[in-house]
Write a protein that binds this ligand. Structure first.
Ligand code: HEM
Length: 182
């Protein structure tokens, strides 16, 4: 998993929970890196999983909620790190429908070893989008948070319902998104 996700995660934990919690979380995990990440490095996915589990124990907030909340922050961070990702997009649906064939394609050019999910979509109306997330890493909650971050970014109001098609593993999830017309 790319370093930008790890540095973003630690920044999120610091801002939301403070440095004591951040230090406590890192020191109670068994991390090969000791919690030192560079945004251009690549690290084991299991390190972030360990940290999220620990953070959930410390904060009493469930893992899905933490992943969602982090995803919201991560969206803002990704867009400020890679501003070209939002070029040519002036609303959430144009960005979301560009993840698979443009945004993550550019990510893969930069980082050929990136672990990216797969998205497919279908418009059910001008303001109704069905989005299918698939990934072996089962990070549908993170995807949900990134989507929420995207709607906040474009100041759009939406209702999202989701259905897990992978027995609750978060590996294959359909998001039904209804947007209030502007
Ligand atoms: C609403 C928009 C987006 C969604 C829903 C989304 C979803 C995701 C998810 C869920 C992951 C975690 C990997 C997995 O699930 O297998 C991921 C990874 C990633 N995404 Fe996106 N993404 C979005 C927008 C962006 C943008 C704007 C960028 C910036 C260029 C970006 C760059 C990345 C990077 C660098 C990774 C990490 C790859 C790795 O760790 O190897 N994404 N994305």
């Amino acid at each position: 998993m790319k370093g930008v996700i790890f540095t973003g995660f630690l920044e999120y934990v610091e801002t939301r929970f403070g440095s004591l919690v951040t230090e406590n979380m890192i020191s109670s995990c068994d991390l090969a890196t000791d919690g030192a990440y560079s945004s251009v490095g690549t690290y084991r996915h299991s390190e972030i999983v360990q940290m999220i589990c620990k953070l959930s124990e410390i904060s009493g907030i469930s893992i899905p909620l933490l992943l969602q909340d982090f995803g919201k922050r991560l969206f803002v961070l990704l867009v400020s790190t890679y501003p070209e990702a939002v070029d040519c997009t002036d609303d959430s649906f144009s960005l979301i429908t560009a993840i698979e064939n443009r945004i993550h394609v550019e990510v893969r050019k930069l980082y050929p070893d990136a672990d990216l999910p797969t998205f497919s979509h279908e418009f059910l109306g001008a303001d109704e989008l069905k989005l299918l997330y698939t990934s072996e890493r089962g990070l549908a909650d993170l995807a949900h948070g990134l989507l929420l971050g995207c709607f906040e970014y474009y100041k759009e109001e939406v209702v999202i319902t989701r259905e897990d098609l992978s027995g609750g593993t978060g590996k294959k999830v359909v998001f039904m998104i209804s947007r209030m017309a502007k």
